[in-house]
Design a binder for this molecule. Structure first.
Ligand code: AMP
Ligand code: MG
Length: 405
């Protein structure tokens, strides 16, 4: 079987999944990171009234002759408007956000005037309309504020609040089941017997899923016993939208996982032309999507990020057009080892240097060691057919996205 290019693997999965249809109404406080299920249009005008952008004096620009003294007709505070008409050649003391009194059109900063008896004397002629925020200059009624499929950021929530919206309709969360298998694995916190290692994959994968706002069902660390693995797969297919496991999907793997998956679902075992990675499984267990990642920790992280992330985001309701990360161009500070045949996602650290991005590989580029990956802030994405890279050559980088922060 020939190897499958990375983008082909992603495209095959994306052609099969569609967004979860169920939606829910949430208050803004609960909606951070959730995906909007419908367009949001403003029903109000923002700002709702002409107001002052500064602390100062509101006046009519035509009456603002430098040297002249304008008597003070009153005060306009935020939340407490000046009532009534302002006589000709008068001004009103105004604070930021206060309603601009009827008939006035300009605000002069307090630093630009001198106190003169019961009024002010202007030092300069203001620009007409200066320091006034006009009604509707931010948002007009009917205007599209946020689009369906958008994942809500902190600023998006502020924007919704600013148009008076207290609730949003979002796609329901993905329920994602995770388990680890292997008699060599021990849960962190326990003593480590000889020949064993800690189960780190379940911790990383759970955290990555939470970053993507999934509801995680942790099915634990399972022994290499077919009955235990069968029960976990059945529970996941009953209760979860996706099941993500690591290890046990390699071709020629003696693990039970592969055998059980073939029996209980419709799963393809792929060799993806990706490093770290390669063994990867995708398919369905009834209504539950299955992703089988390689066991090596860095390979598990990279396949989760590069292959599974776009599919989860699609399932969560994000539009196809938003799923592909645009690589950045950078200069490699060092020689990079690379053989043609697999796309390589080396872990790198990039920074701006002399007006351009420079990247260097960090730590040992082994798929078994997380310590190098922990210092990285990007992948150095070397194309499938590319050979070794000399220092100074241009490469593409992919800054770590949401899941890896
Ligand atoms: P496998 O895919 O079962 O051949 O495993 C490949 C490597 O990944 C082996 O060294 C395993 O010990 C290691 N591995 C498998 N599962 C985990 C896990 N949950 N956490 C850390 N390492 C793991
Ligand atoms: Mg194993």
């Amino acid at each position: 079987m020939s190897m499958m290019p990375v983008q082909d693997a992603i495209d095959v999965m994306l052609s099969q999944v569609s967004p979860l249809v169920a939606t829910e109404h949430l208050g803004l406080a609960a909606a951070l990171g959730r995906v909007l299920a419908s367009d949001i249009r403003a029903e109000v005008t923002v700002p709702a009234f002409d107001n002052s952008a500064m602390d100062g004096y509101a006046l009519r620009a035509v009456e603002a002759v430098p040297g002249n003294t304008l008597p003070l007709a009153g005060t306009a505070l935020a939340g407490h408007a000046f009532e009534g008409a302002v006589p000709a050649n008068n001004c009103v003391r105004i604070t930021t956000g206060a309603v601009l009194p009827e008939g006035l059109d300009t605000v002069v900063m307090q630093e630009q005037v001198e106190q003169a008896g019961q009024g002010i004397r202007l030092l300069h002629a203001p620009k007409p309309g200066e320091h006034v925020r006009k009604a509707g200059e931010d948002i007009a009624p009917g205007q599209l504020v946020l689009s369906k499929g958008q994942r809500l950021s902190a600023v998006d929530l502020g924007l919704l609040a600013s148009i008076g919206q207290a609730e949003v309709t979002v796609h329901r969360q993905i329920k994602a089941a995770v388990f680890s298998t292997g008699d060599e694995l021990i849960a962190p916190g326990q003593p480590l017997p000889a020949g064993h290692l800690y189960d780190s994959n379940r911790v990383v994968l759970t955290a990555m899923l939470k970053r993507l706002d999934c509801d995680v069902l942790d099915l634990g660390l399972l022994p290499d016993k077919p009955e235990a693995i069968r029960q976990a797969i059945l529970q996941a297919s009953d209760e979860a939208d996706v099941l993500i496991t690591s290890a046990g999907v390699s071709v020629g793997d003696a693990d039970y996982t592969r055998q059980l998956l073939s029996e209980l679902g419709d799963i393809g075992f792929w060799k993806v032309a990706m490093k770290p990675g390669k063994p990867f499984a995708f398919g369905s267990l009834g209504t539950c999507w299955f992703f089988g990642l390689p066991g090596n920790p860095v390979a598990a992280v990279a396949t989760m990020d590069v292959l599974v992330q776009p599919v989860l985001r699609r399932l969560a309701g994000e539009p196809m057009a938003m799923l592909r990360q645009q690589p950045l161009a950078a200069v490699s500070a060092e020689t990079l080892r690379k053989t043609p045949g697999r796309a390589d996602f080396q872990r790198g650290f990039y920074q701006q240097l002399d007006g351009q991005l420079q990247v260097k590989p960090v730590g040992r580029q082994s798929s078994a060691v997380l310590s190098g990956a922990a210092k990285a802030n990007c992948y150095i994405a070397l194309e499938q057919e590319r050979g070794p890279v000399a220092a100074g050559e241009k490469v593409h980088i992919l800054p770590f996205y949401q899941m890896l922060r």
